[in-house]
Design a protein around this ligand. Structure first.
Ligand code: PMP
Ligand code: GLN
Length: 385
């Protein structure tokens, strides 16, 4: 089932990567930062290997990591959680998603997703017996179509997945939208999986609000975080889940048989980071905002239309103004041409759509890159167009 679901995605991400490598283009495709997280955390991995046990850590995570996740939750989202019953450490947000779907879904349960979306969701949902219902965000400004969303809910709806701040658009869901979504969950008895891995990557003037903080939603939501995003250490693959005990224990039953546990040295280092490196992740939004403003201005100068965003390290641009009116070039072809002829790699946004008829003139740039690299990419684009 997973293979069939993955095959539905029109594009092979690895194929794009090969073209990028073959042409040695500047890679603004896959989302990973050039600047890595705190050295102190790296040192703690080594220290933990020597100072702590190297045998299977507890299934839910080492107490130090679970306690740090609970403190982080209270400090940054205002959600106090009991570390012993309301936290679970996972192998990245990816395993948190897989365990959530496996632990919470029964065969035939419906799950609501927004398009565009992070590519792991639908294959994991289908592989675990879920039936995806996809609602398209308005691709002119990424607003939530309230009528279509309301129509997607019914008595079979088990879950809705909310990814805010959102990959690939950079959208941060407004409190009004979250209230609307929360009211639908309450009306239909549905739960929400909150992929909040980019919770700290929010620009000045915007605020990330978790659906779990809204009235009546506390026991209906599980929240997912990621050390990869919080500390710019995407290779570490440490994630966490917080939520009400009943949901966490259901998800833990799946986690028990997917990975059982998470490398302990990484957990200890992440615990240290959550407690002592807040300045790192608190500063991320501001430094990324500067990069976003730079790239946005340069792309607009080149002639792209840039779509609005309030966070993350992704920017979506419309290339329609750069091609003749009668052009049939789609986003995949445009990205190939950009890689081969301009030496800059971006991703086709249609790859993030599960539903039919995705927009075909939008591309995603990842901008958590060194300033020199961004400047060079923009210079190459200016020269090319
Ligand atoms: N959710 C979203 C929205 C993401 O962008 C990513 C990372 N690409 C993940 C989950 C997976 O995070 P991790 O690397 O911690 O598994
Ligand atoms: N989340 C990152 C992105 O959207 C990369 C994750 C991956 O390559 N699987 O680019």
């Amino acid at each position: 089932r997973l293979g069939a679901a993955a095959a539905k995605h029109a594009h092979d991400p690895a194929a794009g990567g090969k073209v990028q490598q073959a042409h040695k283009s500047i890679n603004l495709g896959q989302g990973f930062p050039d600047e890595e997280g705190p050295d102190e955390m790296k040192i703690r991995v080594g220290a933990a290997v020597f100072e702590q046990s190297n045998q299977y850590p507890p299934m839910f995570g080492v107490p130090e990591a679970r306690q740090a996740v609970a403190r982080h939750s209270a400090a940054h989202s205002g959600l106090a959680v009991d570390w012993q019953t309301e936290t679970l450490i996972t192998v990245g947000a990816t395993e948190a998603l897989a365990s959530a779907f496996m632990g919470l879904l029964n065969r035939g349960d419906e799950v609501i997703f927004f398009d565009p979306q992070y590519d792991a969701y639908i294959p994991l949902c289908i592989a675990n017996g879920g039936v995806p219902k996809v609602v398209k965000l308005d691709s002119s400004d990424w607003s939530v179509p309230h009528d279509q969303l309301a129509a997607a809910f019914n008595e079979r709806t088990k879950l809705i997945l909310i990814n805010s701040p959102h990959n690939p658009t950079g959208k941060v869901f407004s409190t009004e939208d979250l209230q609307f979504i929360g009211d639908l969950c309450k009306e239909w008895g549905a739960y929400a999986v909150l992929d909040e891995v980019y919770e700290h990557l929010v620009f000045e003037g915007s605020k990330h609000v978790s659906l779990r903080t809204l009235p009546g939603m506390h026991d209906r939501c599980i929240r997912i975080g990621s050390a990869g995003k919080t500390f710019s250490l995407t290779a570490w693959k440490v994630g966490w889940l917080t939520g009400p005990p009943a949901l966490i224990s259901a998800v833990a039953k799946a986690h028990q048989f997917i990975t059982f546990t998470v490398p302990s040295a990484m957990q200890h280092a992440v615990a240290y980071g959550l407690d002592h490196e807040a300045s790192f992740y608190r500063g991320l939004g501001e430094s990324l905002h500067k990069k976003r403003l730079f790239l946005e201005k340069q792309l607009m100068d080149v002639g792209f239309r840039v779509l609005p965003a309030q966070g993350t390290y992704f920017l979506v641009a419309d290339f329609r103004p750069l091609v003749p009116d009668d052009s049939n070039e789609d986003d995949v072809q445009f990205c190939q041409r950009l890689t081969v002829e301009a030496g800059v790699t971006a991703l086709p946004v249609s790859a993030f759509y599960a539903s039919k008829d995705p927009p075909r003139s939008l591309i995603r740039f990842c901008f958590c890159k060194d300033d020199e690299k961004l400047q060079q990419a923009c210079a190459q684009l200016k020269k090319y167009f």
